[in-house]
Design a binder for this molecule. Structure first.
Ligand SMILES: Nc1ncnc2c1ncn2[C@@H]1O[C@H](COP(=O)(O)OS(=O)(=O)O)[C@@H](OP(=O)(O)O)[C@H]1O
Ligand SMILES: [Mg+2]
Length: 320
């Protein structure tokens, strides 16, 4: 199976969604608070609508497991917000009505099954609001294995001065980066052990999404002496896949010991790093489980590496 159509549809949908997000960001979006107190914006809803519209048309039988739902948007007090979302969606899909928009968002509330897509329309919403890094993350999973992953990172600085990266991976075919503004795909390769300048580690901007003191201790234990750099969203996976860091650590926050990771926060990034030659596991070295449900109940913490240091990182975690 080559996944040629899946790859093409995913690239087009994520690129369109990234365009919508950048348009919203240029207009300075307001944060809306979700029930779990995390922020959401009209761009999160619009990006999920645009991507689900494309997936429903191309692969009508595939469920989509996405982060957002339209329940709140349908409430009368949210009418103005829904109008705004529809306005941004219409820039890409001129005939879209508010009913279409909520229906497309609903399409993203499917269940994990033997073949499904998982979508984070804006990963790193806090970074998005800060005018910093964020990612549109879309992945196809079959029998628990990620087969296709696309990560659009509109704020990623590129060598040569451009901004905006699209990371793409298909299982067994390698990973590439294409500038979001267009151009030739460049093959991605994780950092080699002798590349001292890039032997760094990345972690979340939000301290509450990890355990920064332990993350630092583990990085030091495997010989990374420079300070971490902090980046929002799955852009961190893109950075490791591009050989600009050797390690991304996300260890359970002492403040939220019961937190479980969402599949859409990792599926697309994980295949991009693996296909660039790296490794991804939980903090015990276990593979990430994309087969059970939207939360990875049996995984704790995330370790993403260039591969050469992976076992050493897992050993250091077992000792600390
Ligand atoms: N307590 C806790 N622990 C770990 N992870 C958490 C936690 N709370 C939230 N989240 C999820 O983190 C997603 C944001 O990713 P990052 O932490 O990499 O980016 S950031 O630093 O928050 O910008 C963010 O994704 P989005 O909601 O899509 O932005 C959340 O799903
Ligand atoms: Mg997310």
């Amino acid at each position: 199976m080559t996944y040629a159509k899946e790859k093409e549809v995913a690239i087009a949908a994520a690129t369109a969604a990234a365009k919508l997000c950048e348009q919203v960001r240029a207009d300075i979006p307001q944060a809306i608070e979700k029930k779990d107190k995390s922020p959401v914006t009209v761009a999160d809803f619009g990006a999920q609508a645009i991507i689900c519209q494309a997936l429903a048309a191309a692969f009508p039988d595939d469920p989509v497991v996405g982060e957002e739902d339209a329940k709140e948007l349908r409430k009368p007090e949210m009418a103005e917000t829904l109008t705004k979302v529809t306005h941004y969606v219409q820039a890409l899909s001129p005939d879209a009505t508010p009913e279409d928009v909520t229906r497309w968002i609903d399409h993203g509330n499917g269940q994990v099954s033997s073949r499904y897509w998982t979508l984070d329309p804006i990963d790193g919403t806090k970074g998005f609001l800060r005018q910093d890094q964020y990612a549109v993350a879309l992945a196809l999973v079959e029998n628990g294995e990620v087969k296709v992953g696309v990560l659009a990172c509109p704020a990623m600085p590129l060598d040569g001065g451009q901004t905006g990266a699209l990371y793409v991976a298909v299982r067994g075919e390698g990973a590439t980066m294409v500038p979001l503004s267009g151009g030739e795909p460049q093959r991605l390769q994780v950092v080699m052990a002798d590349d001292v300048a890039n032997f760094r580690f990345v972690e979340s901007v939000e301290a509450a999404h990890g355990d920064q003191s332990k993350q630092n201790a583990i990085a030091q234990a495997v010989g990374i002496t420079t300070e971490s750099f902090r980046v929002d969203s799955q852009a961190k996976y893109g950075i490791v896949a591009s050989g600009k860091a050797a390690l991304y650590l996300r260890l359970p926050s002492p403040k939220y010991p019961d937190y479980r990771e969402n599949i859409w926060d990792h599926a697309a990034g994980a295949i991009v790093v693996e296909e660039a030659g790296g490794r991804v596991s939980d903090m015990y070295g276990q593979p990430l489980n994309f087969a059970e449900g939207s939360k990875m109940m049996n995984n704790r913490g995330i370790v993403v590496s260039n591969g050469t240091i992976h076992d050493q990182v897992i050993a250091a975690l077992a000792e600390n």
